[in-house]
Design a protein. Structure first.
Length: 419
């Protein structure tokens, strides 16, 4: 009996979702004794880690076929094809196709076609392979969009994911109905550029239209959460949902990237700092319990100390709580890599200052929850998350996947405590 293939996922939640799809496809094809690495290309460091992981996996699995896919394989197929550890390189479109896995299982990929990577920009459809229940027993993730039409100067991802493609609303609703029927109490909508959802569909609906439709047509869904959004693209219906729909969770992760207008322009972002502040103020006015996460880059090329201070102030001005801080590293093939670079020690120091500001905001958020009652979705017998995505630890077991009411008794580390 052949050994089941092993999968390693690097990078984002969407990659993890697609790994689950690949497991099903590989299993249906009967692929055995293989190691598949689903790579990330968001930074040069991510590509370096992918190569390091490939070498490690080859040492541990000398007899297995080693297959590399994902965004780094899409953007740099020649890099991975040149590695002696690698047997095949497949692109982001190819990895979601059943016939690719049939060819791999049948050993139809020979030395002359070790690389199966097509032009991602020619892809017009989203992958049709939907995973019911990816995530955990409590929370399911639904991919509603892929790709990105924007060309931020620091980002290679459009070249790994292609242009924006949307899953039709009817398909999304039917999948969520199945998930609710299977017992899931929370669904998270995911995508590469989530707020661009619908632009390529008939009548060009907006993300807010999709959210409203899900909440209307799946009345038994207790909690709907949306992942990272571009605040400048938020539509009126999404704001209406924030204001009026308690089942839409009061937690938004914002793709802000910086707090200085000149740097934002050099990044080719579509908003200015005042736009971000206005959005955060309006969202909190409509939903006072709203919490924000945010992506912020430290040390982008040409960033002065004054420009960095604008990012630092943005943490307070937008009331950000959960920060994802990225020290800038040049990504070959992007315009930003050709701009005047900030020195490494300054980047490291600025990233540390941003993280410290984020830790301060987390501490303030946790302290403000003392004595409050929350609806907590249990992810483990003694750990769950509030509607604002704050972790809560309990001193006794609760059923996984259930929503329990709990009063906060204190906090420790980055977690709330509840009896």
């Amino acid at each position: 009996m052949s050994q089941a293939p092993k999968f390693t996922t690097l990078g984002c939640r969407l990659n993890a979702y697609e790994t689950e799809a690949m497991k099903e496809l590989a299993g249906q094809a009967g692929l055995g004794n293989a190691v598949i690495v689903n790579t990330c290309a968001v930074t040069s460091e991510a590509v370096r880690k992918a190569r390091q992981e490939i070498r490690r996996l080859r040492r541990e699995n000398p007899e297995a076929r080693l297959i590399v896919t994902g965004c780094a394989a899409q953007t740099e197929p020649e890099t991975f094809a040149a590695m002696p550890e690698v047997d095949a390189v497949i692109g982001n479109t190819e990895k979601m196709a059943a016939d690719t896995w049939a060819r791999l299982a049948g050993d139809f990929i020979g030395e002359t076609e070790r690389v199966l990577v097509d032009d991602i920009m020619s892809v017009r459809e989203t992958a049709g392979h939907l995973i019911d229940g990816f995530g955990s027993r409590s929370r399911a993730y639904v991919q509603v969009q892929n790709g990105c039409d924007h060309r931020c100067t620091f980002c290679i991802i459009p070249y790994g994911r292609g242009n924006s493609r949307s899953v039709p609303a009817g398909v999304v609703v039917e999948q969520i109905k199945r998930l609710v029927g299977a017992g899931y109490n929370e669904v998270v909508l995911t995508g590469v550029d989530l707020t661009s959802w619908g632009a390529d569909l008939p009548a060009a609906p907006k993300l807010g239209d999709l959210v409203m439709r899900i909440l209307r047509l799946v009345p038994d869904l207790p909690r709907l959460r949306i992942s990272s959004i571009d605040s400048i693209e938020v539509d009126e219906n999404l704001m209406q949902a924030i204001a009026t729909e308690p089942r839409l969770m009061p937690h938004l992760h914002l793709s802000l990237q910086h707090g200085d207008d000149l740097i934002l322009k050099r990044m080719k972002r579509r908003h200015l700092r005042d736009d971000a502040i206005r959005f955060a103020e309006e969202a909190r006015r409509l939903r006072p319990e709203m919490t924000f996460g945010a992506d912020i880059i430290a040390g982008f090329p040409t960033e002065t100390e004054a420009a960095f201070e604008n990012s630092l102030r943005l943490v307070e001005e937008c009331h950000l709580t959960w920060l994802h801080v990225f020290p800038y590293s040049p990504r070959p093939g992007t315009p930003a890599a050709r701009m005047p670079q900030v020195k490494g020690p300054a980047i490291k120091a600025r990233a540390a200052r941003l993280r410290a500001a984020g830790e301060g905001r987390v501490a303030a958020h946790l302290a403000a929850q003392q004595g409050r009652e929350h609806a907590v979705l249990m992810e483990a017998p003694r750990m769950g998350r509030t509607e604002q995505f704050t972790e809560v630890v309990f001193d006794r077991d609760h059923p996984e996947g259930q929503i329990v009411r709990a009063r906060v008794t204190g906090w420790q580390g980055g977690q709330l405590t509840a009896a």
